[in-house]
Design a protein around this ligand. Structure first.
Ligand SMILES: NC(=O)C1=CN([C@@H]2O[C@H](COP(=O)(O)OP(=O)(O)OC[C@H]3O[C@@H](n4cnc5c(N)ncnc54)[C@H](OP(=O)(O)O)[C@@H]3O)[C@@H](O)[C@H]2O)[C@@H](O)CC1
Ligand SMILES: Nc1ncnc2c1ncn2[C@@H]1O[C@H](COP(=O)(O)OP(=O)(O)O)[C@@H](O)[C@H]1O
Ligand SMILES: [K+]
Length: 498
C-alpha cells in the first residue's frame, strides 16, 4: 500500500477536484462517515467530545459531531477558533444550526472531558507544521492527561505526516482512523506509539487516482509481498532452490550461525553451507543436520585458494552473524571483493564495515541489515537522529551506497538503491531477544538463493520474519518467544501467504 507525505494530501485533494470533479466537501463528509463507522465498533461509549481546530481536520471533526448527534449520542464540540474557512466553515454553520453545545473557553475543557467517554481529535491533521504552542499545547496536554479513550482523525494532532518527528506535545491516541492512505510517520515506530491502533479508511478517492499517484514510500502489506513468493514446482530438485553460504560465528557465538542456518533452510533454500572457525565445526555439525560445514583457516594467504572454491559453490552469501570483528578485516574484504553474488551483511559484518570505513566495498546486490546502533556506527548520526527521521535517512543512504538497507526496529525500514522505502509493521516485542536478527539474515539468504532480487528478498524476508513472530504470539503470547522458535513458525507464515 502506498504511504503519503503530508504534502501529498493537498495534491490528491486538488486532483480529486480538478480531474474527477469531486469537491473536498464530499471527501470531508465521507471522512466523517468513516470515522463514525469505527466509533460504532465500541458499544457503551455514548458521550463524545470533538476537539475542532481551524483547518480541514477540524472540518472532519464537525462532520463527526453532526453524524453522532443524528445517531442520538450526546456530543459536545470544543472549538479552538471561531473563524473557520471553506468547507470547515460550512460544517461549522451546520453544527451551529443544531442543538450541539459548542465551547470555546479553555477552563471549561477539563469539565467537558471529565464528562465524556470518547475524545475525538480533530485539532490538527497533516496541515500541522513546526512545533505546538499556546492554547493548542494546553489542549493536547489536557487530552493526554484525561485518561479517556482518544480517537484521532487522520493523524494524532501535533505529529507531522512525514519528516523529522520532533519531541513535542503530540496527542496520544488509542486509535487513529487515517483517511484514504496511511501517512508515512504513522507507520514508524515512534508515530505508531502516538497513533495507537491504525485503521486506514477509504474516503471515496477514485482508485484510478490512487493507482496512478506516484509515491516513493510503501507500507508492506500482504498484497505487495504475496507477489514476491518464490515458486516451487513438482519437477524440481535441490539445485532448483539455490545454494547459500553463511560466514559467521566465533568463540561463544556459534548460536548466531545455527539460528541463521535453520532460518535459511526453513525459508526453502536448496543447499546450505556454513563457513566457520575450526573450533566451531563440531558444534555446528551437531546442531544443524541439513547444512554442510566448511572450515576456515587462520592463515588467509594459505586459505585463499580454498576459499575461492568455497565461494564458487553458492550464489548468495550471508556474512556477519556472531562473526566477531577481531582480526577479521582482511578476510571480510577478501570475501566482499571475491564473491560476485548477492550478499547480506549483518551484525559484525556491519561493524567491520564501520571499522574499515570503505564503503566502496558495497555493491548493488548487497543488503545491509543494521539495527539503529549499527546504522549509527556506519553513517555517523546518533541513534536518536536516525529514529527521528528513519525514512529519509534510509532513503538517503541506500541511494548513496546504491544498495538495499534494512534498518531494523519495531517498524523496519527497507531502502532500495532507487530511493524507494518499504515499511514493515509485522512482528512484535517478542522479537526483542538477542538472536532474532540472525534469524532474519538467514530467512533473507534462503529467499535470495531461490532467485529473489535483493530488493524482493529484503521485503519478503522482513515481512515473513515478523509474521512468524505474530503467528507464535497469537497462540503463546510475547514473553517466551525465542529466536529459535521462528524458523519453525516460518512454515505457517508461508502457508498464510500462499
Ligand atoms: N484528501 C484528503 O485526504 C482529505 C483530507 N481531509 C482532512 O484535511 C486535513 C488537512 O487539512 P488542512 O490542510 O486544512 O490542515 P489541518 O491539518 O486541519 O490544520 C492545519 C491548520 O492548523 C494550523 N497550524 C499548522 N501548524 C500549526 C502549529 N504548529 N500551531 C498552530 N497552528 C498550526 C494551520 O494554520 P496555518 O499555518 O495555515 O496558518 C492550519 O490552519 C487532513 O488531515 C484530513 O483530516 C478531509 O477534510 C478531506 C479530504
Ligand atoms: N518490538 C519489536 N517489534 C517488532 N520487531 C522487533 C521488535 N524488537 C525487535 N524486533 C525485530 O527483531 C530483530 C532484532 O534484530 P537485531 O537487533 O539485529 O538482533 P540480534 O542482533 O540480537 O539478532 C529485527 O528484525 C527487529 O526488527
Ligand atoms: K487529528
Amino acid at each position: 500500500m502506498k504511504a503519503l507525505k503530508g504534502s501529498d494530501v493537498k495534491k490528491i485533494d486538488l486532483l480529486c477536484q480538478e480531474k474527477y470533479k469531486i469537491p473536498t466537501l464530499l471527501l470531508m463528509e465521507h471522512s466523517g462517515l468513516k470515522v463514525v463507522e469505527e466509533i460504532q465498533h465500541y458499544p457503551g461509549h455514548t458521550k463524545f467530545t470533538v476537539i475542532v481546530g481551524k483547518g480541514n481536520n477540524g472540518g472532519d471533526g464537525l462532520v463527526v459531531a453532526r453524524l453522532l448527534h443524528l445517531k442520538g449520542f450526546s456530543v459536545k464540540v470544543f472549538l479552538t477558533e471561531e473563524n473557520l474557512q471553506g468547507d470547515a466553515k460550512i460544517n461549522l454553520e451546520i453544527v451551529k444550526s443544531l442543538p450541539i453545545p459548542l465551547f470555546r473557553d479553555l477552563p471549561s475543557l477539563d469539565r467537558i472531558l471529565e464528562e465524556t467517554d470518547v475524545i475525538i481529535d480533530g485539532l490538527f491533521g497533516v496541515g500541522f507544521k513546526g512545533t505546538i504552542g499556546g492554547i493548542a499545547k494546553e489542549i493536547v496536554q489536557k487530552i493526554n492527561s484525561s485518561g479517556k479513550y482518544v480517537l484521532c482523525i487522520d493523524i494524532p494532532s501535533g505529529l507531522a505526516g512525514d519528516g523529522p518527528m520532533e519531541n513535542r506535545e503530540i496527542v496520544k491516541g488509542d486509535k487513529t482512523v487515517t483517511l484514504g492512505l496511511p501517512k508515512e510517520n504513522l507507520l514508524l515506530s515512534k508515530g505508531r506509539v502516538y497513533a495507537g491502533e491504525l485503521v486506514v479508511k477509504d474516503i471515496g478517492i477514485p482508485p484510478e487516482l490512487i493507482n496512478q499517484y506516484k509515491t516513493d514510500t510503501y507500507w508492506l502489506t500482504e498484497d505487495i509481498v504475496k507477489k514476491l513468493l518464490p515458486k516451487r514446482s513438482q519437477d524440481s530438485h535441490k539445485g532448483s532452490y539455490g545454494t547459500g553460504i553463511i560466514v559467521g560465528g566465533s568463540k561463544g557465538m556459534s548460536g548466531a550461525v545455527i539460528l541463521a542456518a535453520h532460518a535459511a533452510l526453513r525459508a526453502g533454500i536448496g543447499l546450505l553451507y556454513t563457513l566457520v572457525d575450526r573450533e566451531l565445526v563440531n558444534t555446528i555439525e551437531t546442531s544443524s543436520y541439513e547444512s554442510i560445514t566448511l572450515e576456515m583457516e587462520e592463515d588467509l594467504e594459505k586459505f585463499k585458494p580454498i576459499l575461492v572454491n568455497y565461494l564458487a559453490k553458492a550464489q548468495s552469501l550471508l556474512i556477519g552473524p556472531g562473526f566477531s570483528t577481531n582480526n577479521r578485516e582482511e578476510l571480510f574484504i577478501y570475501i566482499l571483493n571475491n564473491f560476485p553474488g548477492k550478499i547480506i551483511i549483518d551484525g559484525d559484518g556491519l561493524n567491520l564495515l564501520a571499522k574499515i570505513q570503505d564503503y566502496s566495498l558495497i555493491r548493488e546486490n548487497h543488503i545491509l541489515t543494521p539495527h539503529p546502533k549499527e546504522m549509527s556506527r556506519i553513517i555517523g548520526l546518533t541513534v536518536e537522529e536516525i529514529l527521528k527521521d528513519s525514512i529519509n535517512i534510509v532513503r538517503e543512504y541506500s541511494k548513496k551506497y546504491r544498495c538495499t538497507i534494512v534498518l531494523k526496529g519495531s517498524t523496519t525500514c527497507i531502502g532500495t538503491k532507487n530511493g524507494e522505502v518499504f515499511l514493515n509493521t509485522t512482528g512484535n516485542n517478542g522479537l526483542a531477544t538477542g538472536g532474532s536478527g540472525d534469524v532474519l539474515g538467514g530467512i533473507i539468504l534462503g529467499l535470495l538463493a531461490q532467485g529473489l532480487s535483493v530488493e524482493e528478498g529484503a521485503q519478503l524476508g522482513v515481512y515473513l520474519h515478523g509474521l512468524a513472530a505474530d503467528i507464535i504470539a497469537e497462540e503463546k503470547g510475547y514473553f517466551s518467544l525465542l529466536p529459535r522458535d521462528l524458523p519453525e513458525a516460518l512454515a505457517l507464515a508461508f502457508k498464510k501467504l500462499y
